[in-house]
Design a protein around this ligand. Structure first.
Ligand code: GLU
Length: 326
């Protein structure tokens, strides 16, 4: 699969879901994405991914914007300043996602699914029925005939699933290196939920494609999504961006840190009087961009930034790492 050529002016983004305040893990993704863009003289975009209305809250948008500014990050296009690809808030872009679904439907790549989560869980309790993200959808509704579909539609609103081909997707991750991952590891995936909401997988691909994003840099928790997103780029006839996944912060047992663990939200650190420069220096040290923790402004890191310096190993939150943040 072809990826964006390096001659294209770099366009990167930070695309938070406003479901809580920013913690140091989010800040790391934002900082490195910003450094990648600024060191290449590219364009940095802030996009708010708020289509999951049950999780997203308007007041978190303001907090995220304030947290990013406090860190010393800025952007060239975004919800507060506009730009050529406005709007930069997903809840205002719903027709674009609907249009993408039309394209996929015309190619016969979608089907309605009437399964509940409990249905899927009961089938997938068999061996190999679980992927790292939960139950693998076994394809139950893919082959329903029109009569059966009509019968089920009488009592249930369906979700829409994408027919994910069982192919191995190869791509080069800017931090992890060359990777090969199954495109359908979780089975056919949902692009529109039964409650009418578009899925993250669909919306993020439509937005990154339409906003001309050349480089997606985000947390390693989203690495499993990348093969599915590559399938959607292909199905929509769009060129995929380059991807790079920043390692997660983990506790000493290697478990992913919970969002609010031990006060690692930026607002908490700020309230404790920790200067933004200390947090930025800590992030740069934790990710391998600085050899020792020192107080720096993001702009001071631009000159010697290289993605190849970013560690690919999970960042372990030892007592020493915590102590550097107090
Ligand atoms: N909105 C997603 C999140 O906050 C990130 C999406 C992405 O970077 O692809 O987890």
């Amino acid at each position: 699969m072809q990826q964006s050529s390096s001659s294209t002016a770099l366009r990167g983004r930070f695309a938070p879901t406003p479901s809580g305040t920013m913690h140091v893990g989010n800040a790391l993704a934002a900082l490195v994405a910003w450094l990648q863009v600024r060191s290449a003289g590219g364009t940095f975009i802030l996009r708010i991914e708020d289509i999951d209305t049950a999780r997203s809250k308007a007041h978190f948008i303001e907090q995220i914007v304030n947290d990013l500014k406090w860190l010393g990050l800025d952007w060239d296009e975004g919800p507060d300043i506009g730009g050529p690809y406005a709007p930069y808030v997903q809840s205002k872009r719903l027709e674009l996602y609907q249009e993408a679904l039309r394209i996929l439907k015309d190619k016969d790549l979608l089907y309605p699914c009437y399964c509940s989560r409990a249905d899927i869980l009961s089938v997938s309790s068999a061996p190999h029925g679980l992927s790292s993200e939960g139950p693998v959808y076994p394809g139950t509704c893919r082959s329903l005939g029109p009569e059966e579909r009509a019968r089920r539609a009488e009592s249930k609103q369906p979700s829409l699933r994408f027919k994910a081909p069982g192919r191995t997707m190869s791509f080069v991750d800017g931090i992890e290196g060359p990777l090969q991952m199954l495109g359908d590891a979780g089975g056919d995936f949902v692009v529109k939920r039964a409650d009418g909401m578009f899925s993250y997988q669909l919306a993020v691909v439509v937005d990154d494609a339409l906003m001309g994003i050349t480089d997606v840099l985000r947390g390693a928790d989203l690495l499993d999504s990348t093969p599915r997103q590559l399938l959607l780029y292909e199905a929509l006839g769009k060129r995929p961006p380059r991807f790079a996944h920043i390692p997660l912060l983990v506790d000493e047992e290697g478990r992913r840190l919970a969002k609010r663990s031990r006060g690692l939200s930026l607002s908490n650190l700020r309230d404790e009087g920790i200067p933004a420069e200390q947090v930025v220096g800590w992030l740069a040290y934790a990710s391998g961009l600085l050899d020792k923790p020192e107080r720096v402004q993001p702009a001071e890191l631009v000159g010697h930034f290289s993605l190849s310096r970013v560690t690919s190993r999970p960042i372990m939150m030892t007592d020493h790492m915590y102590s550097l943040l107090s």
